[in-house]
Design a protein around this ligand. Structure first.
Ligand code: FMN
Length: 192
């Protein structure tokens, strides 16, 4: 288990081979075993299964990205390079799952509880990444929907109470991730 946990990596390139829905269902079921604040289980999943949904999501995210980058004064060629590179991630993902927080699934409506809800969804996301790893699949969390929460919700026709947090792409790995350097534990930890 220790080695398994240490071997998980973000996978961004996938073989064209599809991931059967039965596998996706199993991974999502495992994700729901994650801990959550007050056991509220505020995570919600949208499996972006149809080409139309994928296209709508891509269009919404890229429109918002273009608008944001234009507002920041980015040059047009830089905007288009970034847009097409980002869109590839959606187009090429064998499976694509949007993770949201249901804003009404909190014990009380306070900023702290909202953070705990988002933390809970993040734990479900990690559990999803680990479940994919356990199934011999690769996966990667993409934060893009966080920058376009309303647009994402509208594009996928999700309930008003769903607050998109991120999306996870999953597929059969087609890359060996580069070795990563970890910050030394001593620099991250204090004993008091
Ligand atoms: C909150 C969060 C947001 C992330 N957003 C992105 C993203 O938008 N695009 C991407 O390629 N990777 C994204 N990642 C993956 C990180 O880049 C990756 O986890 C990190 O570089 C460490 O690599 P590893 O996952 O292989 O250990 C995200 C990870 C987290 C936890």
């Amino acid at each position: 288990m220790r080695d398994f946990l240490r071997a998980r990596r973000s996978i961004r390139r996938f073989k064209a081979e599809p991931v059967p829905d039965s596998v996706i269902q199993d991974l999502l079921a495992t994700a729901t075993f994650a801990p959550s604040a007050h056991n509220r289980q505020p995570w919600r999943f949208a499996v972006v299964a149809t080409p139309t949904a994928r296209q709508r999501l891509g269009a919404a995210l890229t429109a918002k990205m273009r608008a944001d980058m234009r507002a920041e004064g980015a040059p047009a060629d830089e905007i288009e390079t970034r847009v097409s590179r980002s869109l590839c991630r959606i187009d090429e993902a064998p499976a694509l799952i949007l993770l949201s927080r249901d804003v009404t699934d909190v014990r009380v409506d306070t900023p702290e509880e909202a953070v705990m809800g988002a933390q809970s969804v993040a734990l479900a996301s990690l559990q999803l990444l680990l479940a994919a790893h356990a199934a011999g699949l690769g996966a990667n969390w993409i934060c893009w929907p966080l920058y376009a929460q309303t647009e994402t919700r509208l594009a996928l026709d999700l309930p008003d109470t769903w607050e998109p947090q991120g999306m996870v792409v999953i597929g059969h790995p087609d890359e060996e991730p580069k070795e990563k350097t970890l910050k030394p534990l001593e620099a991250l930890t204090v004993y008091r």
